[in-house]
Design a binder for this molecule. Structure first.
Ligand SMILES: [Zn+2]
Length: 251
């Protein structure tokens, strides 16, 4: 009879090393990426009007993407960054986030096909009051961006300076945009981009209360695990950067 416990013990010994090694493998694949560049773009096109630096020529943008691919960068979503820093989900060695503010027509016409052709992804911060305007995306285009694997974030409802909003307005800007974008994309909207980079402690409290996980600013620098999640920095890419300036900022 005493053979049975021995057999059980042997069986356990056979099983336990496998389980231990699996645990080790999972832990080994998590290497903390302390700093992650979150690039900030606005319009991809030839400049027209006074805000030349908000544009990047399509050819230059394509060259910047090719440089990223050739230098081992992997484009990831903000959701991946958040899970990496707060839930220990592994990320590739050189993760990078590409973000676009405002939602110009070029996002659908130029940026989406370019990203798909290079097997890359980006995050688009949109505000619904721009939808359907002459330079803005249509709701159908927004849905298509999401269907094609792009991440959508809120840039509030009407792009107002949140530090000047009444508490009622603030809640409306944060929540109405989230609800509408979730309906359009059929995905949770967890990330926020402050219009004109304006925020204060009240804005952060309300954003958190209304279901956001993190927010990006216009403060220059790479995002880091040491920054508050509602104060992630970004690397602004300007018209005058070209490819050389771009490389300097990203590295
Ligand atoms: Zn904006």
């Amino acid at each position: 009879m005493h053979n049975i416990p021995i057999l059980l013990l042997l069986f356990q010994l056979m099983l336990s090393p496998i389980q231990v090694s699996e645990d080790i493998n999972i832990k080994q694949s998590y290497v903390l990426r302390e700093e992650i560049p979150i690039l900030m773009y606005h319009e991809i096109g030839t400049p027209s009007g006074p805000w030349k630096e908000l544009y990047v020529e399509p050819e230059t943008f394509a060259k910047q993407l090719d440089w990223l691919a050739a230098n081992g960068y992997t484009t990831v979503a903000l959701a991946d960054v958040y899970s990496h820093w707060y839930k220990e989900t592994p990320l590739p060695e050189k993760p990078i986030v590409i973000t676009f503010d405002d939602g110009y027509l070029s996002m659908y016409e130029k940026v989406l096909p370019l990203l798909l052709s290079k097997n890359m992804q980006a995050t688009f911060f949109l505000y619904p009051s721009k939808f359907g305007t002459p330079t803005g995306l249509t709701p159908e285009m927004v849905a298509s961006l999401a269907e094609n694997g792009m991440e959508i974030g809120s840039h509030t409802y009407s792009h107002m300076d949140l530090t000047k909003a009444s508490s009622q307005q603030l809640k409306k800007e944060l929540l109405d945009s989230k609800i509408l974008l979730e309906k359009l994309t059929k995905k949770p909207i967890n990330f926020l981009c402050y219009p004109s980079g304006q925020f204060n402690s009240q804005v952060i409290i309300e954003a958190e209360k209304n279901g956001y996980q993190a927010a990006v600013t216009t403060q220059m620098g790479k995002a880091s695990v040491s920054q508050e999640p509602f104060q992630w920095k970004r690397v602004r890419i300007n018209y005058s950067d070209g490819l050389t300036g771009f490389i300097k900022k990203v590295q």
